[in-house]
Design a protein around this ligand. Structure first.
Ligand SMILES: [Zn+2]
Length: 330
């Protein structure tokens, strides 16, 4: 069976209820942050519509002919369009060919499904060429647009689709699923889910990378800075290697949790007991205003890094290192 993720169940129920009432729209726009599983949801829905065995709210069976074709990626009634290269645009020829296929009758006599993933990578001509089909779609067809940045879609495209949004998710159900899927400690997962801003698949991706090791190094560097003056330029270079945005996101969590620790005496910054001892000393040494000031400064620099202006990342990292030192050696 091709099941949706636990945090997608309400959206699934909504679509299934429309399907039962024969009110399934011809064009769906799935939106939400990257790592929330929009492609997976689209696959579950497509498989469900093509499956020969399902009833009512069930998922696709995974065993019938169409399901086997689907899983093999050779289902002729499920057409996917992506950019030819990651980060590149989806071009008009790709959309024209997709529309052409959509108008051919379905091989199995049922639904014909077209998926554009991500829809915001269509260039203007490609998007315009889709408009007419969105307005007058062929019978028994469904067009699924997937977008992490729906605001960059043409308004005319957006307004012709029924939107289904998937907000960030960090509830107990999601954490529980992550724990079972990754067999990782809940505290770590919670940390990763915060860094991933509630996108569970992104949290898993972070687990696969060196993120945890980088975080430990960052904490050690913050502690080292409290003992010895280090060269901010060299340190910023090293941190840039961890990914500037990720470093700022993590520093925000660290300073926030240090302030929380100061304020409430509870909270955990890391599972590493040796580092915890040192961090606790720092929390004792600094006052609340200083910790909040660090958080504010980090937030300001983070916003600068993620903002529309291409600011000097190295400089923003150096700035936060110097700021941290200035507080420690006031
Ligand atoms: Zn099936």
């Amino acid at each position: 069976m091709l099941k949706v993720f636990p945090w997608q169940e309400s959206q699934w129920r909504e679509i299934m209820s429309r399907l039962q009432q024969d009110r399934l729209p011809h064009a769906l726009l799935l939106t939400g942050p990257a790592g929330i599983g929009l492609t997976h949801f689209s696959n579950c829905l497509s498989a469900k519509l093509l499956c020969q065995r399902t009833v009512a709210n069930d998922f696709a069976c995974g065993e019938c002919g169409p399901c086997i074709l689907f899983q093999a990626g050779t289902q002729p009634d499920h057409i996917r369009v992506e950019a030819e290269e990651k980060g590149k645009q989806i071009k008009i020829d790709q959309i024209r060919s997709l529309i052409g296929t959509l108008y051919l009758s379905s091989q199995a006599g049922g639904y014909k499904i077209a998926v554009i993933d991500p829809a915001d990578s269509m260039n203007r001509n490609a998007a315009n060429s889709l408009l007419k089909t969105l307005e007058e779609p062929p019978a028994d067809s469904l067009i699924i647009l997937i977008s992490h940045q729906p605001s960059s879609l043409l308004v005319t495209v957006r307004s012709r689709c029924q939107r289904l949004n998937f907000p960030p998710s960090n509830d107990a159900l999601t954490l529980n699923w992550l724990e079972q899927t990754t067999q990782t400690e809940p505290a770590h997962l919670h940390e990763l889910l915060v860094i991933a801003q509630g996108a569970p698949l992104k949290a898993i991706a972070l687990l696969d990378t060196d993120t945890l090791a980088h975080q430990q190094t960052l904490l050690q560097d913050l502690i080292e800075l409290s003992k010895n003056k280090l060269d901010p330029i060299k340190l910023a270079e090293k941190w840039q290697g961890f990914g500037t945005v990720e470093v700022f996101q993590y520093l925000l969590i660290v300073f926030f949790n240090m302030a929380k620790l100061k304020l409430t005496g509870t909270g955990k910054i890391t599972n590493n007991p040796d580092i915890t001892v040192y961090l606790q000393e720092l929390v004792n040494r600094l006052d609340l205003a200083q910790l909040f000031a660090c958080y504010d400064q980090t937030l300001k620099n983070y916003q600068a890094v993620t903002g529309p202006f291409n600011l000097n990342k190295q400089g923003l990292l150096e700035d936060i290192i110097i700021y941290w030192q200035s507080i420690l050696y006031k």
